[in-house]
Design a protein around this ligand. Structure first.
Ligand SMILES: Nc1ncnc2c1ncn2[C@@H]1O[C@H](COP(=O)(O)OP(=O)(O)O)[C@@H](O)[C@H]1O
Ligand SMILES: [Mg+2]
Length: 253
């Protein structure tokens, strides 16, 4: 398995934008193959990366359950799902994308999920880096779909709720005994500086020394024009901030 980098935090804090910029920086660094995983049910990492994903792993899960009863030539469920996941991969320049899709419904999908996890793990082996845009609730991390995490990037806006979400992720990690290599924390989009009490509140919650991902006019413009966020220039302030986070955790030199 390559190095897993998971980006998480409250909704709207900039997870998808940050994950997309991480992918861009890793592709540019040419340190090895990159797999981007959209594990947020809002499904917008593909657009941020300038791609369109037609199928999600969630679709496959349901289809897998329905179809495996009548598989051709005694094909095993695991083999069938592995093949279909490979088909769902969107291949792009320097990286691939896998979209998880919405979380499972109320029924018991445990068996299909465990097969699925094994398949994703297997596919993950083909990459040096796996960048996961996690939903705020960290469903996938808690179900270990993401497996253990090498680098956990927690983001928060300038709110106590944002900090609480980030802190809850840390608690969850401890509770589930998920192995996390390094953790980085960043405040996103501070207007003009940020209140000292939030810094104190972050410290109180055991969050690491914060980075700052500034409000970036380039990202805003790309948003307005509906263009992929990875199209920021080398001068982008957000790109620079994300680069510095990746250097801090030793992913980039
Ligand atoms: N640093 C930033 N500067 C300007 N706009 C940003 C920045 N980070 C995120 N955005 C924009 O804010 C919105 C929410 O960000 P997004 O990454 O989708 O959040 P999340 O994935 O956490 O819900 C998006 O339109 C995104 O392009
Ligand atoms: Mg998102």
């Amino acid at each position: 398995m390559g190095q897993t980098i998971a980006v998480t935090g409250k909704g709207g804090v900039g997870k998808t934008a940050t994950a997309a910029l991480i992918v861009r920086l890793l592709v540019e660094a040419k340190q090895g193959a990159v797999l981007a995983v959209d594990a947020d049910p809002n499904l917008n990492l593909d657009a941020a990366l300038g791609l369109k994903a037609e199928e999600t792993v969630g679709d496959l899960r349901e289809e897998g359950l329905d179809r495996t009863a009548s598989l051709p030539g005694g094909m095993a469920k695991a083999e069938f799902l592995r093949m279909r996941i490979q088909q769902a991969l969107v291949e792009s320049k320097g990286f691939d994308l896998l979209v998880m899709g919405r979380p499972e419904g109320p029924g018991c999908y445990c068996f299909a999920n465990s097969i699925l996890r094994a398949c994703v793990d297997k596919i993950g082996k083909q990459y040096r880096y796996i960048v996961i845009d996690c939903e705020a609730g960290l469903e996938h991390l808690s179900r270990r779909t993401a497996g253990d995490v090498d680098v956990l990037i927690l983001l928060s806006d300038l709110s106590v709720r944002g900090l609480d979400t980030a802190a809850r992720v840390l608690e969850l990690v401890a509770e589930l005994d998920t192995k996390v290599g390094k953790t980085a924390f960043a405040f996103t989009r501070p207007a003009d500086g940020f209140p000292a009490e939030l810094q104190a509140a972050a410290k109180e919650r055991g969050l690491p020394e914060p980075h700052v991902i500034p409000e970036d006019p380039e990202l805003r413009d790309l948003d307005v024009q509906g263009k992929p966020l990875v199209e920021v220039s080398e001068e982008s302030q957000a790109l620079e901030a994300v680069r510095s986070i990746l250097r801090g955790v030793g992913v980039l030199k």
